[in-house]
Design a protein around this ligand. Structure first.
Ligand SMILES: Nc1ncnc2c1ncn2[C@@H]1O[C@H](COP(=O)(O)OP(=O)(O)OP(=O)(O)O)[C@@H](O)[C@H]1O
Length: 286
């Protein structure tokens, strides 16, 4: 059967996940094409980590079906694991071991052929810019360095699809940008990327397409530009009484014309994904 489920990198159909009485996912449908950088954007508790756990064979759905790289995840977990790399949100590196030892341990666990092991490890240490730190214990690494080592570890077996759960959480802006560069470079080399984030800027500047998730449901799906254009690409923002009011317009000229008729301080700016989220949910992301 040649259909979307085999051609796409990821296909999710009607997926639900319950933890006792908590409905973490309430019927998710989503397709990620090969070669995309796809971002799942949502606030804490929206269901992002849960969806990554289901896609990466770490948990089973309560209902629905997931395909990764053409394989149904519950029926072919071993094949799926071979195709994917996973960068977890939590740093689960061996802190007492060096960077190089961490990679070696993972290469052994993944049974990388002996002759390839050394070469691949050196290649990846250089790729993520950690050669000079390779023989230092991971406990002295900064947050950004640990994250780069986690990415190198996830790439050891040359995965086709890379999952990153909040790849830049807790990192400062320059370090965050460095991780984005790395993700972009990987994607240009052909790796499909599925990431979760609650950072608007990360979704906007890194992702080709974004799924906005809230309360276990995808509430909007498209490129950042499309999602903003649906609302109106330009925003007029001003204070009225105690609250901030926003109106959206398809063009800057229309937004300007409206703003010119308003008294007081008025801002005209481009619409962003935060606006999309607020308009859809009535809540702020952070
Ligand atoms: N093992 C679990 N047992 C019970 N409830 C859980 C479990 N894991 C997640 N949940 C609940 O499911 C919902 C979705 O959680 P999830 O971690 O997927 O959200 P998230 O969007 O990844 O948020 P965060 O960024 O905080 O991790 C939350 O209400 C959470 O409390």
């Amino acid at each position: 059967m040649t259909d979307l489920r085999e051609e796409a990198a990821i296909v999710i159909r009607g997926v639900t996940k319950n933890y006792g009485s908590v409905q973490a996912l309430k019927g998710v449908d989503l397709t990620v094409k090969r070669g995309e950088i796809f971002g799942l954007l949502g606030p804490n508790g929206a269901g992002k980590t849960t969806l990554i756990r289901l896609l990466t064979t770490l948990a089973r759905p309560s209902g629905g079906e997931l395909w990764v790289g053409g394989y149904r995840v519950d029926r072919h977990p071993v094949e799926v694991r071979r195709l994917i790399g996973v960068v977890p949100q939590v740093n689960n590196l061996e802190k007492e071991l060096t960077g190089r030892e961490n990679l070696l341990l993972h290469a052994l666990l993944h049974r990388l052929p002996r002759q390839e092991r050394r070469r691949r490890i050196e290649e990846l240490l250089a790729y993520v810019g950690l050669e000079e730190w390779a023989d230092r214990k991971v406990q002295v690494y900064s947050g950004g360095m640990a994250r780069r080592l986690l990415i190198a570890r996830a790439l050891l077996h040359r995965p086709q699809i890379l999952f990153l759960d909040e790849p830049t959480i807790g990192l400062d802006p320059p370090t965050r940008r460095r991780i984005w560069d790395l993700v972009q470079r990987l994607n240009q080399e052909g790796v499909t990327v599925f990431l979760t984030t609650h950072y608007i800027e990360e979704a906007e500047s890194l992702c080709h397409r974004v799924g906005v998730i809230d309360g276990g449901k995808i509430i909007a799906l498209g490129s950042p530009r499309e999602l903003c254009a649906r609302l109106g690409s330009f925003c007029v923002e001003f204070f009225a009484g105690e609250e901030t009011r926003r109106f959206f317009f398809p063009s800057r000229a229309e937004a300007r014309a409206y703003a010119d008729n308003l008294p007081g301080d008025v801002t005209v700016r481009r619409t962003n994904l935060e606006d999309v989220f607020v308009e859809l949910t009535g809540k702020v992301m952070g």
